[in-house]
Ligand binder design. Structure first.
Ligand code: GRF
Length: 218
């Protein structure tokens, strides 16, 4: 880790991911190149074999596996998760392909400090069970001309929190799921660091279900 990444004045964040972690890498790259003003203190995953762990190691970022089923109760799981986040002094959480629901106690404690990225234009093609390829399959099946990327704040439901940024992506008649997923993912990698930077630089304010983007703390 470079000194610049480890600056004490930087917002400390955790990235939660269950899969390959390409969005984690986009965030870590943005930290490294100075466009995301934060430090990624840790990666949290629910899968020992998640690809994100290898990517995290390449950035010298610790990854911790924590799975609800390894605990006797939800309360013990939540307590351990809190303890972990506290021990790494985490202030912000970015979900990047994390498939477990975030316990409501964590959502409340980190109110408006947890982001999620979704590979479609919410509120379309979101909600429980709508993740990964299923999103793109549904988009193609529906025949919409545009899909896109949404970054939103996390509330206690799936994919319903206030929207920070969105960007449309065209859908072509000849698209396969893989082609569409790749086109969307490319935009995800650009949009997620931008949206997280707005949050950690305290440039967003939440008004009801709307996010207002302002000039930031001066
Ligand atoms: C991305 O498509 C993201 O939008 C969704 O899960 C996928 C994660 O991909 N929430 P990756 O692990 O970051 O490559």
């Amino acid at each position: 880790m470079t000194d610049d990444q480890n600056r004490p004045d930087r917002a400390r964040m955790a990235v939660f991911a269950s899969g390959s972690g390409s969005n984690f890498e986009a965030l870590a790259d943005a930290v490294r190149n100075g466009t995301l003003h934060a430090e990624i203190a840790m990666v949290v995953t629910d899968r020992r074999d998640a690809g994100v762990r290898e990517r995290a190691a390449l950035f010298d970022i610790p990854s911790v596996v924590i799975r609800p089923r390894d605990f006797d109760s939800e309360a013990e799981y939540v307590a351990r998760l809190f303890a972990l986040l506290e021990s790494y002094r985490v202030e912000f959480v970015a979900l990047a392909g994390y498939l477990k629901m975030i316990p409501s106690e964590i959502v409340q404690r980190f109110k408006h400090r947890i982001t999620n990225i979704h590979p479609a234009l919410l509120p379309s093609f979101g909600g429980k069970g709508m993740y990964g390829r299923r999103v793109h399959e549904a988009v193609l099946e529906h025949g919409v001309r545009w899909t896109g990327v949404t970054v939103h704040l996390v509330d206690e439901e799936y994919d319903t929190g206030p929207i920070i940024l969105q960007e449309p992506v065209p859908v072509y008649p000849s698209d396969s799921v893989d082609e569409l997923a790749a086109r969307v993912l490319k935009v995800e990698h650009k949009l997620y660091p931008q949206a997280v930077d707005l949050l950690v630089q305290r440039r967003i304010r939440v008004d009801g279900r709307k996010v207002i983007i302002g000039p930031g703390d001066e």
